[in-house]
Design a protein around this ligand. Structure first.
Ligand code: ADP
Length: 310
């Protein structure tokens, strides 16, 4: 897939001289779902706002569809829809007129067919004449998506789409996102909710303290790092990892009472390890095979990143 958005060494300093983005280089491919993951304050919103042209980056280059943001700010903005976390909606406006208004802001003519189809897709059509004040939280979230899509953008940014939504709405949002991708829309979402990235992203990028620390295809990431681990509850406390296990990626946890061994893809690996442990007379109370999540991978990366600096 070709790159649609390219960032090279992007820095952002706020007025108080705080550096919120630190030499961010990143490519987003046309038609993918890209999840930007990071803890609160990592720089996700700053990054999105910089690409969307809502705030000015301090140095480096941002290109969208081959155009440089510095020279083509308006053209780029019109290619992008942004679903913010929250937005003050005009309480006494109807859904229909509010979405039409958003389209008008782009200098586009009314297109009732397009807006009606959009509202149908987002299951908002029945509410088109309702006042925004009458809508539930979930419906309001859908209106935000409709507004972001009102000018038919090719790129959609969603800032924390699952923040504060219930399980049902989250599933529905994911279905909406999949359908948009099918139509060729490139989707970039930020989340600190790792299961969301694990569920829907094609690629993930981890950001911490304004730096991109890893970008990888989600499947590759989970495979490369092994997505399962063997957890053994030990009969007695260990101070260090027995040396015969050094060929594996092992961690001693729970104050020396548990061993966690990352597994790769071979089927019998867990059995081989258990046999090896028995052969070395290490007794354990029970074992379990657990799924490693992107979360544990992310935490490891944050730790490594922090250690580098110490
Ligand atoms: P995230 O979206 O990952 O939670 P943000 O991009 O909102 O992170 O913020 C990144 C960092 O920049 C935070 O430390 C935040 O306090 C700081 N920051 C955000 N906006 C401003 C601002 N207008 N002025 C100064 N610092 C800011």
């Amino acid at each position: 897939m070709a790159n649609l958005i390219t960032l090279k060494k992007v820095n952002k300093f706020y007025k108080n001289n705080y550096q919120a983005l630190n030499k961010v280089s990143l490519n987003i491919k046309r038609g993918e779902i890209f999840a930007l993951l990071g803890p609160n304050g990592a720089g996700k919103t700053t990054l999105i706002n910089s690409i969307c042209g809502l705030s000015y980056h301090s140095s480096g280059t941002i290109k969208v569809a081959g155009l440089s943001l510095e020279k083509n700010r308006m053209a780029i903005k019109s290619m992008i829809g942004l679903v913010p976390q929250e937005l003050h909606l005009e309480a006494f406006d109807t859904v229909f007129s509010n979405v039409c208004y958003s389209r008008g802001l782009w200098g586009l003519k009314n297109n009732y067919d397009y807006i009606n189809t959009l509202l149908k897709k987002l299951k908002l059509y029945e509410k088109k004449d309702s006042l925004l004040i009458q809508l539930s939280g979930g419906m309001k979230r859908r209106v935000l998506i409709a507004k972001a899509l009102s000018h038919n953008p090719k790129i959609l940014f969603l800032d924390e789409p699952s923040a504060g939504v219930d399980v049902e709405l989250r599933q529905e949002m994911w279905q909406i996102i999949y359908k948009l991708r099918e139509k060729g829309v490139t989707i970039i979402l930020t989340t600190h909710y790792i299961e969301e990235a694990e569920e829907i992203a094609d690629r993930v990028g981890f950001i911490n303290e304004g730096k991109i620390i890893l970008v990888e295809e989600k499947k590759k990431l989970l495979n490369k790092l092994g997505n399962k681990k063997l957890v053994l509850k030990l009969s007695k406390k260990f101070i260090k990892i027995p040396s015969f296990l050094n060929i594996y990626s092992v961690k001693l946890t729970k104050n020396g009472r548990e061993l966690e061994i990352n597994l790769d893809k071979s089927q019998n690996e867990a059995i081989d390890i258990i046999n090896l442990i028995k052969k070395n007379n290490i007794s354990f109370l029970e074992f379990d095979i657990k799924k490693r999540s992107l979360e544990s991978i992310f935490i490891n990366f944050i730790k490594e990143n922090t250690n580098d600096k110490l």
